[in-house]
Design a binder for this molecule. Sequence first.
Ligand code: 3EB
Length: 317
Amino acid sequence: MLHVIHTARNEPENRHTLAEFHFGIEARRNGDPRHIPVSLAQLGNDARIERWSTDAPVTTGSVRDIEYATDGDYLFASLVLPGEQCADMERVTRSSYLRLDHLLRTQGYPYWLRAWNYLLDITRGEGEAERYRRFNAGRYAAVSLSSSVEHNLPAASALGSDAGGFVLCCLAGRRPGQQIENPRQVSASRYPPRYGLRSPMFARAALVPNGRGAQLLVSGTASIVGHESLHLGDPAAQLEETSRNFEALVAAARGRHTARQVRLESLRVYLHDAGDYERLLPRVRELFAVEHEPLVLRADICRRELLIEIEGTYALE
Ligand code: 3EB
C-alpha cells in the first residue's frame, strides 16, 4: 500500500520511505537514493517535501547515475542529468527511458505506473525543434522499443525546471496498473500532429490496486478539452476547466473499481505565474475540497498558453 504526504522538511524519514521529492531552485542530490531534487520554487509559506511511503521495509540501490528504492511491490527510480548532458533532448530522453526500463525489468518491476519529467527550458525552440517536442520524440522512440511501456502507458507529468538538465523519475510495479483515459480529452498518444509529430506517450491516470482498495495516480492535468487548450490568458477559468477534467477522470476510475469512497490524498499544483497564487489558491482549496494544503510550485508548462497544471493522488476505499 502506497501513501503520499506533504510534510515539513525536518521530519525524520524512515525505512518505509520509497521516495522524497525536494523542491527549490537549488535542489540537488543528497546521497540518499530516495531523494529526488526538483529545481522549482515552492510558493506559499510552509516549505514541504512530498513523501511516497509504503507499509513494507525499503531497500535501496544505484546503477551509475540511476538511484532506486524497492519494497517488494513497488520500485521508485530516478535519474538526474546535468545541463551539459542535455543539449540533445531527444537522444537524452530516449536513452534515459531505455535505461530506466532496463532497470525495472532486471529488478522485476516491469510495469511503469507513474513518470515525472522535469526539463530545463521546456518551451525553448520553435516548431519541431522545441525541447518539449524533442523530448516527446525521444520518449516515443523508447516506448516503441519497449513493449511493457507501450501496452500500459504510465500516468505522467512534464514540466519545465529552472535549473539542472533533465530529471526523470518513475514509480513501477511488480503488477500492472490500469490505464485510465479522460472522456473529455483526446488521449495524448492520439493528439493531432500540430502539437508535435511524435505524440506525448502517457495515460491520463493510473489506477493501482492495493489490497482491497486502489490508488488513483492522476497525471498533470490542464485546461485541455478534446486536444485544444481553452481559456487563453485566463488562469482562473483554466483552473475551473482543470477541475472538471479531474472530476471526469475520477468518475472514469470509479467505473472501473468497486470502491465506495474516493478520498483526495495529495495535490500538487504548478502555476506559470507566481503572482496567481493569492487569487487562485482559495479556489483550488474549494474545488478540490482539500483536507491537506496543496503543494504549489512555479513552473513552465509544456504548452506556452497553459497557466496552471494540477496532479494528485486519490485513495479508493
Ligand atoms: C496535456 O494534457 C498537458 O508530456 O508527459 C500533462 C501531463 C502534459 C504529462 C507529458 C504533458 C505530459 O497534454 C501537458
